[in-house]
Design a protein around this ligand. Sequence first.
Ligand SMILES: *Cc1c(COP(=O)(O)O)cnc(C)c1O
Length: 461
Amino acid sequence: MKNQEIPYKIYLDEQEMPKEWYNVRADMKQKPAPLLNPATLKPMTAEELRPVFCDELIQQELDDTTAYIPIPEDIRNFYKMYRPSPLVRAYCLEQKLQTPAKIYYKFEGNNTSGSHKLNSAIAQAYYAKHQGLKGVTTETGAGQWGTALSMACAYLELDCKVYMVKVSYEQKPFRREVMRTYGASVTPSPSNTTKVGQKILEQHPGTTGSLGCAISEAVEVATSNEGYRYVLGSVLNQVLLHQSIIGLESKIAMDKYGIKPDIIIGCAGGGSNLGGLISPFMGEKLRGEADYRFIAVEPASCPSFTRGKFAYDFCDTGMICPLAKMYTLGSGFIPSANHAGGLRFHGMSSILSQLYHDGFMEATAVEQTSVFEAAEQFARIEGILPAPESSHAIRVAIDEAMKCKETGEEKTILFGLTGTGYFDMVAYEKFHNGEMSDYIPTDEDLQVGFDGIPKFSGNEF
Ligand SMILES: *Cc1c(COP(=O)(O)O)cnc(C)c1O
C-alpha cells in the first residue's frame, strides 16, 4: 500500500479490538526468574502471596505458560470508553524532520488519568471486586497511578486508599483533587495511620516521604484490614500482561495496512508500557517469525538497564516485598531530582530484564534537557503536550529518524506515547527558565546502591 493511503490516525472498530491479553512469557525459552521469599529465599507460592494480592492476579503473576488470557467482558466494556487508543502516523513530524523514515506513535494519554496506567488499574480493580473484596490500597508518587486506580475503583464501586508521597501531595494538589473526585481517600505518606509510618516519622521527623515508604504503608493497610488487598501499577508480570492491549491494538491496526515496524521504542520506568507495547511483536521474534529492533529508553539519572546489575533485589526501600530478579540500581538508590517521576524506579520488570539479558532488546539512556527539547519540538509539531516520561521515547524516535535522513533508509518507527504532561508544567517551567540539570550519577554514587543488593549464594553479580 502506498504511503499516502495510510490515514493520519488508524482506529479499530469495536469488533476488531483484542478479546485476549497476550502473555509473552509463554514464548520465552528462558523464563523470567520467580519472585523469592526474602526470609526463605525460595520461590513465593500462591499461598504466600494471598494476603497481599487478589487471587486471580496471583494466578496471572505466576503463569509462565498460557499465551492468551481472555479479557473479561466488563473490562472490555470499560476499555471501550477510551480505547482503542489512536495509532498516529506522524506525517507532520516526518515532514519537519525531512526524514525518509515513517514514524508512528500509539497515544495512551486519551483518558482523564492521562496515561496508560488505566489499562491495568481497571483489570486489577475488577479482579478485586470479583473476589468480593471491599477495597484496595496502593502508593502513588507523581499521582498517575493513583489517579488511574481511583477511576477504576469509582467505576466498580470499590474503596480505594492511596498513600501519596508527601512532597507530591503538597506540590501536586490538583492530582490529589482528581483522585478525591473519583472517591479515593488520599493520605500523605509517611502518615500516623500506620505502624510503619509512625516509625519512619519518629526516625525522620519532617521527612517528605518516598515511594518505598508509601509502598510499605499501603501494604500494611492491605494486610491488616479484612477485605483489602494491595495493588501495584508497574513492574509485575500481571501489569505487563494487561498492558499488552497497547501492543495488540497497534499490531492489529498496522497489519490492516500491511505496515511492519523496523524499530519499536518505549520509555522504561518499571517496564509496563514498553513491555505491553512490544509483547506481540516480541512474541513473533521469539518464535522466529519476524525480526524487530526494540529500544528501551531510560533517564541517564536512573539507568537501571544500561548501568544496573542483573540480580535479585527488593522492589521497595522498606525491604518488605518479595525479591525480584531484575536489572537494578539497588533498592536504596535515590535518583537525583528528575522530572520524569514515573521513570525513577530503581528496578525493572523481570520479563524485560530477562529479554534484555538474552539479547532480544536494546536499551539507551538519555539526558533530561535533551528529552525536554524533544518534548517541546513534538508539542509544537504534532500538537500533543507529552509527559516527560513519554518524551524519552520521542527523543530516541527523533534520533533514529535523523539517522535515516543521513543514510536515506526508509525505516518504519513505532513508539509509545504514554501520556500527557498537563500536570508537569513545573518541569516545563524549569526547562524554559534554563534551570534544569543533567546530573548523571558517578560510578561511586551507583556503588552505594549496589552495596545494598542482598548477598546470598546464587545472587552473584
Ligand atoms: C508511570 C508512567 C511511565 C512509566 O511506567 P512504566 O511502567 O515503565 O510504563 C511512563 N509514562 C507515563 C506517562 C507514566 O505515567
